[in-house]
Design a protein around this ligand. Structure first.
Ligand code: T4K
Length: 371
C-alpha cells in the first residue's frame, strides 16, 4: 500500500529501532529470567524515578491493574468522587473494588474535574477523590488537595495521559497520595502494555509490591489478597529502549500540535484544547470541540473524515456514567458540561510519526464542514 493510501489512525505506537530492541532482549536467552522483578524491571524502575521526578515507582503489567490495585492498597471505602469524562478503566476500577463512584462535572476549559463542585458531593461515606488528568491536562491540584485535607480524604490521580509531565517544575506523579500511569501502546511512552503507580509513601509502595504479586510477603507468608500485576522483562526492555528516544518523540508531537493550532485557531465554533500555565505538556491528545457555530456537528465531521480515510476518535463518548453496563444506575444529566462535551468532542490523529503535511490535509478536510 502506498503511503498516501494508508489510513490515518488516531495514533500510532512509537517503536525503538528494531536492532536496538533485539540487542537489548538477547541477554534474556542467557539469563532465562523473564518476569517476577528481573534486572530490566529494576533498571526501568530506577530510570523512571529520575525521569518522572518522583520518590517511588511501582511498575505494573498495565495501567488498569495499577489503578485497581492502588485503590485496594489505599483501603478506600464507600464513595469515591470522580469524573465520568474519562476512559472506562477509571470507573471500572472503582466499581470492581466494590465502591460507588460519585460523578463530579468537568471544568469547561480543560475538561478535568471541576474542583469547585467537589465539596457539594461529599457525604459521610466519601473516602477519596479520584480525578483524571484527562488528555494530559493537569487538574486543579491545589483546590483538590485543599478539599481533601479539609475533609480527610485520600487523593488518587488517574494520570494515564500525563507521562513525563511536570507541574510547577515538579513531577506530575508527585501529587496526592498516589498517581496511576498507563504505558499502553497508544500512549506517549509505551512498554507495549504497562503501567505504574507513583507515590511518596514508602509503606504504600511496599504494599503495592506485595499486592501485585498475589499478596506474597515471603515464601511462606501471604497476608494480602492480591493479584498478578507484574510487568515482565520484554515490557521493561521496550520501556528502556523507548525512554531513550522519548524527548525526540515529544518534540515531534509538539510540532504536530503547533501545526494543528496554526490551522484551526480562530475558526468560529471550534474550541481547541487549553494551554495550561506551569505545565510541561507531553502533547498526548488533540481534542477539538465542535460548537453550534461551526456549522457541522461532531458526528458529521467524524464521518467525513472517515470518508477521507482519516480515523479520529470520540474520546470520551459516551460518558462512563451512561455506559450500557450501568444502565439506570447513574444520572448523566447531573454532569451537564461533561455530557455536552462528550457529544461534541473529537480527538484528532496525533503521533510522533504524523507528518505536518498530513496535519494540513486533516485540517483541510475538517474545515470543508465550516459554514
Ligand atoms: N485511565 C485512562 C484515563 C485511560 O485513558 C486508560 C487507557 C486507562 C486508565 C487504562 O490504562 P491501560 O490499562 O490501557 O494501560 C485505547 C487504549 O487501549 C487505552 O490504553 C487508552 N486508555 C484508551 C484511551 O485508548 P482503544 O480501544 O481506543 O485503542 P485502539 O486499539 O482502538 O487503538 C487506537 C489506535 O492506536 C489505533 O487506531 C492504532 C493505534 N495503535 C493501537 C494499538 C493497540 C497502534 O499504533 N498500535 C497498537 O498496538 O483504547
Amino acid at each position: 500500500m502506498k503511503d498516501s493510501e494508508k489510513p490515518i489512525l488516531v495514533t500510532r505506537s512509537s517503536l525503538p529501532p528494531f536492532e536496538e530492541f533485539m540487542e537489548a532482549v538477547r541477554p534474556l536467552w542467557d539469563s532465562v529470567w523473564l518476569t517476577n522483578f528481573g534486572a530490566n524491571h529494576e533498571k526501568l524502575k530506577d530510570e523512571l524515578i529520575k525521569y518522572m521526578k518522583v520518590p517511588y515507582v511501582s511498575l505494573f503489567v498495565n495501567g488498569h491493574s495499577a489503578l485497581e490495585l492502588c485503590i485496594q492498597a489505599l483501603e478506600l471505602t464507600g464513595e469515591v468522587i470522580t469524573t465520568p469524562y474519562t476512559f472506562v478503566s477509571t470507573t471500572h476500577a472503582i466499581i470492581r473494588n466494590g465502591l460507588t463512584p460519585v460523578f463530579c462535572d468537568i471544568h469547561p476549559g480543560d475538561y478535568t474535574m471541576d474542583a469547585d463542585q467537589i465539596e457539594d458531593l461529599i457525604t459521610e461515606r466519601t473516602s477519596a477523590i479520584l480525578p483524571v488528568h484527562v488528555y494530559g491536562n493537569v487538574c486543579n491540584i491545589e483546590k483538590i488537595e485543599a478539599v481533601a485535607r479539609k475533609h480527610h480524604l485520600k487523593v488518587l490521580y488517574d494520570a494515564a495521559h500525563t507521562f513525563g509531565e511536570t507541574y510547577k517544575g515538579k513531577g506530575i506523579g508527585s501529587f496526592g497520595d498516589a498517581s496511576m500511569f498507563s504505558f499502553h501502546a497508544t500512549k506517549v511512552f509505551n512498554t507495549i502494555e504497562g503501567g505504574a503507580v507513583t507515590t511518596s509513601d514508602r509503606e504504600l509502595y511496599e504494599k503495592l509490591h506485595r499486592l501485585k504479586d498475589f499478596g506474597i510477603r515471603d515464601e511462606e507468608t501471604i497476608d494480602g489478597v492480591g493479584a498478578n500485576g507484574k510487568m515482565n522483562e520484554f515490557q521493561a526492555i521496550m520501556g528502556l529502549c523507548n525512554l531513550k528516544h522519548l524527548e525526540e518523540e515529544i518534540e515531534k508531537r509538539r510540532l504536530v500540535v503547533e501545526r494543528y493550532r496554526e490551522n484551526l485557531s480562530g475558526v468560529e465554533g471550534l474550541k481547541l484544547n487549553a494551554v495550561q500555565k506551569d505545565v510541561r505538556s507531553n502533547y498526548a491528545y488533540f481534542p477539538v470541540v465542535f460548537e453550534d457555530a461551526f456549522g457541522e456537528d461532531r458526528n458529521q465531521v467524524f464521518e467525513r473524515l472517515k470518508r477521507h480515510n482519516i480515523f479520529s476518535r470520540k474520546y470520551f463518548y459516551p460518558l462512563t456514567s451512561s455506559l450500557a453496563c450501568f444502565e439506570g444506575r447513574f444520572r448523566p444529566q447531573d454532569t451537564p458540561r461533561a455530557l455536552d462535551t462528550a457529544n461534541r468532542v473529537l480527538t484528532l490523529p496525533i503521533s510522533a510519526s504524523l507528518s505536518l503535511e498530513l496535519v494540513d490535509h486533516i485540517c483541510e478536510v475538517i474545515l470543508e464542514g465550516h459554514r
